[in-house]
Design a protein around this ligand. Sequence first.
Ligand code: ATP
Ligand code: MG
Length: 565
Amino acid sequence: MFAAMSERSAPEPATDFIRERIRADLQSGKVRQVVTRFPPEPNGYLHIGHAKAITLSFSIAQEFGGRCHLRMDDTNPEAEDQEFVDAIMADVRWLGFQWDAMFYAADYFGQLYEWAERLVEKGLAYVDDQDAETISKTRGTLTAPGTDSPFRSRSPQQNLALLRGMRDGEFADGTKVLRAKIDMAHANLNLRDPVMYRIRRMPHQRTGDKWCIYPMYDWAHGQSDSIEGITHSLCTLEFEHHRPLYDWFCDALGIYKPQQIEFARLNVEYMLTSKRKLLQLVEGGHVDGWDDPRMPTLRGLRRRGYPPQALVAFCKHVGIAKVNGTHEIGLLEFFVRDHLNKSAARRMAVLDPLKLVIENWPGGPGGDHVELVEAQNNPEDPAAGSRQVPFRGELWIEREDFLEQPPKDFFRLAPGREVRLRYGFFVKCTGVDKDAAGNVVAVRCTYDPATRGGNAPDGRKVKATIHWVACRDAVTATVRLYEHLFTDPDPARADGGDFLALLNPHSRRETQARCEPSLAAAAPGTHYQFERLAYFYVDHRDSRPGAPVFHRTVALKDAYKKARS
Ligand code: ATP
Ligand code: MG
């Protein structure tokens, strides 16, 4: 499966139940131009789940020559904020999508209110004086019908006067609601006289103090879709049972009725996709904000170094389903690696340094003699060219690349063993220096000058190539290494606040790496592959000129692929 994926140069046109439906609607003439929308509530930052909804609605519009709207579903002023509106716009653009028009549900408050009066006049809505608790109690259950409110039989005239009073601020918060008059015994609980408006004195970031009644989701969403001429309103499965109500409102008003189609939510192992829980992580100080590189928010993934193209490719690959499921994080990482492999420049850096001393270096190991060796910038991209890296008699190598007593299957450096130093020379280990406690503090070697560039003229082979950085030229840089934020692949399984108990205490580790000199100038926002280690991303926030901070985006090793083959 993955071999096929890396060769996917000409992807087949995507097809699935939504696209088939749309094709049929276009063919039958029911729809002339496809119009979709992405309708986030500006009460938090977008996360990886939203990336799927965004990719779906925007790419469907693109594929069918249609339009896609960005609509702020800002009907609930309590948790909403302009900060989130701005962030959502920036994040959608970052993913590479541009909306054809932007709207705010709050701009429809006037139209919605007029429509509410129309339903009241038709006897299809009434004002109820029961409190929220009573309304919820009298709703019945899946097996028992609900009970009619004692206020259900108010006349349209009475209801109209009361609704106007609600709008005009004559009643206290929570003392009255407007409900649709449908059927308190309906098999679908959402149709048991759902609440349309509640009284809430709270300024709205867009409409200020103009309104003290705010529409509920079901009363605003379908109507907003209708006003905008949305043809296919794509939403997640939990809204399936709301579709009859969506349709009921449009039919009762006699307005244009878009087609709502539901698809499965995206879930990824070790990641939470609930804004409420993500907020808890931020507010509880468990992460360093919404853009912490361990967060599944688009801001977090971006800061971690996930390329937007990889997220979109992942979302397209997982496609859409009718059943909620969870994707392996290795699959997401596959797409990140796949993209970075082609685009990230290679560099050498040592995370856990051990000194290597070349005894036969001209002028002595600590001397001034330097050889500039040629290193390729990206073997996947010849156009990326090469650079010169200084090689000297004292080098840093990775501690784990040396073992004094190597087991059978260890082919890297060991006493008496010869290996290649990438782009440099063959070196052969002659011994070690130890401190008083017996720890190896340096590895002694000789080098073979005839192997410059990495090959022996006599054709002799080595079994390993390791990376290195010349001690005298090394630049020290902060490197942040990440593991999963949770110890359990399904942190959402814990209800309530229990997911906090599943936080991985080792999800972030910081270390000082010795880097080749060119990395001193690493610009924020650049991706690198540190050879043999991982992909790294230069942080925007904490990097300083000459002192970059690197986030480990994803390791090179493809555990996923291995497990599969
Ligand atoms: P939360 O429950 O975390 O607050 P939400 O679904 O209420 O998320 P919205 O801002 O209302 O957040 O979501 C905007 C759109 O994104 C909706 O159409 C919603 O269905 C979709 N969406 C949200 N989460 C996911 C997900 N995990 N997978 C796919 N689509 C999602
Ligand atoms: Mg929502």
